[in-house]
Design a binder for this molecule. Structure first.
Ligand SMILES: [Zn+2]
Length: 399
């Protein structure tokens, strides 16, 4: 009876891992609503009125030298407060103001992942909707605020809305060098800037990355999430990435960062920085996919679904070791356990196909997988270990 239960549990977990890497990330993605995303775009681009501090108003422009810039700040702040976030802001120059919404991690409160977008816009005309640039990214961040508020994460998540990107990335340039001054570690930053335009309907988005800190790992993780969560974007990896938006100061200060953006090279938005940059020009399905890619990557990182630790060993709790990684032929696992539970190990390729399974007793205190014996080719694999109460997945590399 006990054994049957364990098998049922293991099969259940197997399904979860094969269909999508993490069921909570998938649940979160299922919460994304296009009508909510576009409603934020309408409000930020002046197509629809907003209520700020109880007063109905319209954001006609978010240009940094207009009153609409402050209205946008207040509107977004109010939304994040409504979702229960701790709010912070960062003032710079004479009237620049970045907005931050913080969800503190339950396990690693001082380790942060960030998702950000600039909210100021162009052109200088009285009516400047700036829907694609960058009400699209700002609304992706606001919708993240709505969705992520329903989940808890081991790592701290910070949503950032930058001011004065258009005159030269001023908001992010002023803020980024201050990161770490309060004992917080920035684990990774995802920037979103212009996600609405897909004029040729090819569903191709750019991931801008540079070989700085763990930026390449972030980019790989985003690509993996696109596949695992069936987001169906074509991804164009741009390395060295475009430095013309707010992820650049992160690279310049040696932080891990990527930028998700609509295609820049072959399909640039012709309405960019004109009064005609409106929601009506969006490819809505593309916009939703880009937002989902940002959410999947952020949630996957902040939920810590796959542990990868350098090249030496991977720790599980205080007493589990998996090494070496990358591994030439044998993978050793060691742990200390005084109980007698039955554990199951499964090894998958990146497509979720199970290649190997083994059951063992926790009291054995060790296990060796001979990867040559099971004919494993060079590449990336996942090892999932199922205990009666939990499952842990590790990424391994066979050399
Ligand atoms: Zn922009």
């Amino acid at each position: 009876m006990k054994k049957i239960k364990l098998i049922v549990f293991a099969i259940l977990m197997l399904n979860i891992i094969c269909n999508a890497q993490n069921v909570q990330v998938q649940n979160l993605l299922n919460d994304v609503r296009l009508d909510s995303l576009t409603n934020f775009v309408r409000q930020l681009s002046g197509e629809k009125p907003v209520i700020i501090n109880g007063v109905t108003d319209t954001i006609k422009s978010r240009h940094y030298q207009t009153i609409g810039n402050e209205k946008a700040f207040q509107f977004m702040k109010q939304e994040f407060i409504r979702y229960g976030y701790q709010i912070d802001s960062f003032a710079f120059n004479t009237d620049g103001k970045n907005l931050f919404a913080i969800k503190t991690g339950y396990k690693y409160p001082n380790r942060r992942f960030m998702l950000g977008a600039h909210y100021d816009n162009q052109p200088t005309t009285i009516i400047a909707p700036g829907a694609d640039d960058n009400a699209s990214g700002s609304s992706t961040v606001l919708e993240a605020g709505r969705i992520f508020s329903n989940y808890n994460f081991p790592y701290t998540i910070v949503f950032a809305l930058w001011d004065e990107e258009e005159p030269g990335l001023l908001g992010s340039i002023a803020y980024v060098p201050t990161i770490g001054s309060n004992n917080d570690t920035l684990m990774g930053y995802i920037n979103v800037d212009m996600l609405g335009w897909d004029g040729n309907n090819d569903s191709v988005a750019d991931i801008n990355v540079r070989p700085v800190a763990n930026s390449i790992t972030l980019s790989n993780r985003a690509q993996l999430c696109n596949t695992l969560y069936n987001i169906q974007l074509g991804l164009h990896i741009v390395n060295p990435g475009n430095g013309a938006t707010d992820h650049a100061p992160f690279w310049n200060n040696n932080f891990s960062a990527i930028g998700i953006d609509e295609e820049y090279d072959n399909d640039f938005n012709p309405y960019w920085h004109t009064p005609a940059d409106s929601l009506g020009q969006f490819n809505l399905s593309f916009y939703q996919k880009c937002s989902k890619l940002a959410y999947a990557t952020l949630a996957d990182l902040a939920m810590d679904t796959v542990n990868t630790v350098g090249v030496s060993e991977i720790l599980w709790g205080n007493n589990f070791k998996l090494y070496p990684n990358p591994s030439p032929n044998k993978i050793y696992m060691k742990w200390e356990s005084s109980n007698q539970a039955e554990y199951t190990l499964k090894l998958y390729d990146i497509f979720g196909t199970q290649l190997y399974v083994a059951s063992f007793l926790s009291s054995s205190n060790g296990l060796i997988i001979d990867t040559d014996h099971i004919n494993l080719q060079k590449g990336i694999y996942f090892i999932s270990i199922f205990t009666p109460h939990s499952a842990q997945t590790y990424k391994i590399i066979k050399e």
